[in-house]
Design a protein. Structure first.
Length: 329
C-alpha cells in the first residue's frame, strides 16, 4: 500500500490549490464551530472498524462530525489525501512515505494494525515458492502494498522484478485476471485474497507474515487538519479505541457490519482475523516510541533502493504520538 510515481503531479496540484490554517491555534477549528472531517478508508480488515464507528454513532459521541468516505480503489484514497480532497485516510506506512516523498504533507497519528498474513502473493497450481516465479507473469497494483510485498519476497528469494513480467493492474482487476488464468501469480490483500484463491490449485507462496512488521497500517491526516483542528484529530483517535471496545463487546453484530462492508460472508471475514493484528492502546504507544521511527527509515531506504521513489522522504513530522498518549485507558 504505497503510492506510485505519478503522485508528485497530484501533490503539486494540492500545493497550488493549497490548504490554509497555518498559524491558528491547533486545538481549535476556525470559526468556533466544529467542521466536518472527511475520513477515507478502503477494503482492508484493519480499517472496516470505521464502518462500525459510523453505524453505531461513535464519532458523534466523541463530538466530531465525520463524513466517512469509502473508496473502492485504495489508490484513489491515497490520491485524495495527497491532494487535500479528504482530511484523513487509512493507509500504510509505505504509502505515506511515498506520498511524502512526492511532496505531500501528511502525519501518522494512530496505528490501526500490522498485516500479519492478509497481504499475499498467490500463485497458480505447480508454483510452490517465490523462486518458481522466475520468467512468469505476476499482477499487482503498481506502487501499492502488494507490489512492495512482491519486491520483498523476490529479494528474499534472490530475484528482482526483472526476473518476472510485472503486470500492473488495480487490485480487484489483478485478482480477477488471476482467477481467469491470464496471469501466473498475483499480489493482493484481503478481502481480494478470497477472490484470488478461487482459482483451482492456487496457493499463497509468500505473505506479510513472512516479513513481520513490514506493513503497518495507520490513520494518517493532512498537515492542514493537524494545524487547524487538532481537537478533531484527537476525537478521531478516541473514536477508534471506543470502536475497538464496542467490537469486543458486540462481536457478532460487528462481524456482520464489517463483512457486509467487505462484501464477503461472516465466515470468510472471520478467516482474516489471524492475518491482521489490531493494535491496542498499549501497542500503539510502544510503536510510536519504539519500532515505528526505525521502520520508517527502513522502508524509506527500501523505496529509494528499489527506485519506487526518486528521493528519500523527510521523516520530520511524519509521526505524531501525542494523540495516542492523551487517551485515557
Amino acid at each position: 500500500m504505497f503510492r506510485r510515481l505519478v503522485l508528485p503531479v497530484a501533490v503539486l496540484l494540492a500545493l497550488t490549490t493549497g490548504c490554509g490554517g497555518a498559524g491558528q491555534d491547533p486545538a481549535e477549528p476556525s470559526g468556533g464551530a466544529t467542521p466536518k472531517i472527511t475520513l477515507g478508508f478502503s477494503a482492508w480488515p484493519g480499517w472496516f472498524p470505521w464502518q462500525v464507528a459510523q453505524e453505531q454513532g461513535l464519532f458523534a459521541k466523541n463530538g466530531v462530525q465525520v463524513e466517512l468516505k469509502y473508496f473502492d480503489s485504495y489508490t484513489d484514497s491515497l490520491n485524495a489525501l495527497a491532494t487535500g480532497n479528504i482530511d484523513a485516510n487509512s493507509q500504510t506506512l509505505n504509502d505515506t512515505l511515498a506520498s511524502v516523498a512526492g511532496g505531500a504533507k501528511e502525519t501518522v497519528v494512530l496505528v490501526n494494525d500490522n498485516s500479519t498474513g492478509n497481504d499475499q502473493i498467490i500463485a497458480k497450481e505447480g508454483v510452490t515458492s517465490v523462486a518458481g516465479l522466475k520468467g512468469m507473469t505476476v499482477a499487482a497494483e503498481q506502487g501499492t502494498v502488494d507490489h512492495y510485498l512482491l519486491l520483498l519476497a523476490l529479494e528474499k528469494a534472490g530475484l528482482t522484478e526483472a526476473d518476472v513480467t510485472f503486470q500492473p493492474l488495480p487490485t480487484d482487476a489483478a485478482a480477477a485476471a488471476f482467477v481467469a488464468g491470464r496471469v501466473d501469480a498475483v499480489g493482493v490483500f484481503a478481502p481480494f485474497t478470497t477472490t484470488a484463491l478461487k482459482r483451482p490449485g492456487s496457493a499463497a507462496i509468500a505473505t506479510s507474515a513472512d516479513f513481520p512488521g513490514a506493513i503497518p497500517d495507520h490513520l494518517v491526516v493532512t498537515k492542514d487538519l493537524l494545524d487547524r483542528d487538532a481537537k478533531s484529530v484527537q476525537a478521531l483517535v478516541k473514536t477508534w479505541f471506543d470502536t475497538l471496545a464496542w467490537i469486543s463487546a458486540n462481536r457478532d453484530k460487528a462481524l456482520e457490519i464489517m463483512a457486509k462492508r467487505a462484501g464477503v460472508s461472516v465466515a470468510d471475514y472471520q478467516t482474516y482475523d489471524k492475518g491482521t493484528t489490531i493494535f491496542t492502546l498499549e501497542q500503539n504507544r510502544a510503536a510510536f516510541t519504539g519500532e515505528l521511527p526505525a521502520r520508517a527509515k527502513q522502508i524509506s531506504d527500501f523505496l529509494v533502493a528499489s527506485k519506487l521513489v526518486d528521493t528519500a522522504p523527510t521523516l520530520d513530522g511524519l509521526l505524531e504520538p501525542k494523540f495516542v498518549m492523551a487517551i485515557q485507558p
